[in-house]
Design a protein around this ligand. Structure first.
Ligand code: GLA
Length: 400
């Protein structure tokens, strides 16, 4: 995301704001990115380690106070018309066909004491829709930043991320973890973020891929994160935690606060005693994935990209066969990447059930990789994929 006023997105957004709300005088522009997760999938809500990075694709928002005490007006370049809601009746914004993520965040900011009054906001996104790259988190975080700054009560990046997550959980009905909002708020160009979701503390790790680049392969199947599957998995791992604690206590050990507090040895000891096959598989994924993240970060730090890539593949197979959160499309595009020798690592990224894989590909072989993966994927599914070579950018910030 470019900070230059001449950035075409900013110009387009200011123009759109002016046409929609009368003029673009006095408008401030903020941005927050989408994310790619390198490893650590579906464990942010189990107190695990995750390893996401912010993209240079994101949501841009132009905002200005509108002089009212109570009226918020929202517009987006890809949506017809203006949506509006009253701050005094914010609950009714849940029914909006678009704009409820924003309303949910505004509500959280008000609960934090931010003195929000009426404002107008216009949005432009460069994140492909439905690709599992966290366009919703980037709306939440960009809105949170813009509104808190506009009303003179800045909040920290971590608070912004938590407010975005609470908005999604409480207002939008998706029981997501903290990963996406945190990456969007706290991203750092050229770095991935090792985030400990139990304590919500992080450190940055330089993402040095040598002569390789990150290529996102979009299945272009609309993922349905809000739909039941995601919340269903959360229910299953809640049962998994109860089971592991029951078995731990029966072994004379103490109970743990979350699934990722169990280590591999405990997994091997207790998991065979989980009677339900589905619950056992989910638990095996979660505990082993958490171990993989720690190992992957060590491998990356020591420059062992080949072993890092191999772990990405293992992680994919775990989410495919144990967590069952991929589907025909993601499996087809992952399998296509596996037989391409200049692809060092590949895995599904994000919530799953569609969306993208992330691939580490030799820069000189990117075009050949795209052609190979597209041919195999289309032959298998009939869908046409899209590819994006991604750069790792910064987290939420003010641009203009
Ligand atoms: C979605 C959620 C995240 C995380 C991932 C899976 O992106 O928003 O909190 O759970 O799925 O790792």
């Amino acid at each position: 995301m470019d900070t230059d006023r001449t950035n075409p997105q900013i110009g387009q957004l200011l123009d759109f704001f002016g046409k929609t709300f009368g003029s673009s005088e006095g408008v401030r522009v903020f941005a927050a990115p989408g994310r790619v997760n390198l490893i650590g999938e579906h464990i942010d809500y189990c107190g695990g380690f995750v390893f996401p990075a912010a993209l240079t694709l994101g949501t841009y928002v132009a905002v200005r106070k509108n002089g009212t005490k109570d009226t918020v007006r929202l517009a987006a370049t890809t949506i017809d018309g203006v949506r509006s809601f009253k701050l005094s009746d914010i609950e009714s914004a849940k029914a909006l066909d678009w704009g409820n993520y924003q309303a949910g965040v505004v509500r959280e900011l008000m609960l934090l004491g931010v003195p929000v009054e009426g404002f107008d906001a216009a949005y432009l996104s460069t994140i492909p829709f439905g690709a599992g790259l966290s366009s919703s988190a980037s709306i939440e975080v960009s809105t949170g930043l813009a509104v808190s700054e506009l009303f003179g009560a800045p909040v920290t990046g971590k608070e912004l991320a938590l407010a975005g997550q609470r908005a999604e959980n409480r207002f939008c009905g998706v029981n997501c973890g903290i990963m996406d909002q945190f990456a969007s708020a706290m991203g750092l160009a050229g770095h991935a973020i090792l985030l400990d979701c139990a304590s919500v503390t992080h450190k940055y790790a330089p993402l040095d891929l040598g002569d390789s680049v990150l290529v996102l392969a979009n299945t272009c199947k609309k993922h349905a994160l809000g739909a039941s599957k995601y919340n269903e998995r959360r229910g299953e791992v809640a049962v998994g935690l109860e089971e592991m604690n029951r078995i731990a206590l029966a072994h004379g050990k103490t109970a743990k606060p979350n699934l990722c507090a169990f280590n591999k040895a405990e997994l091997l000891e207790y998991a065979p005693e989980i009677a339900n096959d589905i619950i056992r598989k989910r638990v095996m994924h979660v505990v082993s994935e958490n171990e993989r993240v720690k190992e992957a970060v060590t491998l990356l730090e020591s420059g062992n990209l080949t072993a890092f890539g191999a772990l990405l593949r293992d992680a994919n197979q775990s989410i495919r066969y144990l967590y069952e959160a991929t589907g025909e499309e993601l499996d087809a595009i992952f399998d296509a990447a596996l037989d391409f020798s200049d692809c060092i690592g590949s895995r599904m990224t994000g919530g799953g059930f569609g969306g993208c894989t992330v691939n580490i590909v030799k820069a000189s072989a990117v075009e050949a990789f795209k052609a190979h993966a597209a041919a195999a994927y289309t032959a298998k599914t009939g869908n046409i994929p899209e590819f994006y070579v991604c750069e790792i950018g910064n987290g939420a910030r003010e641009l203009v």
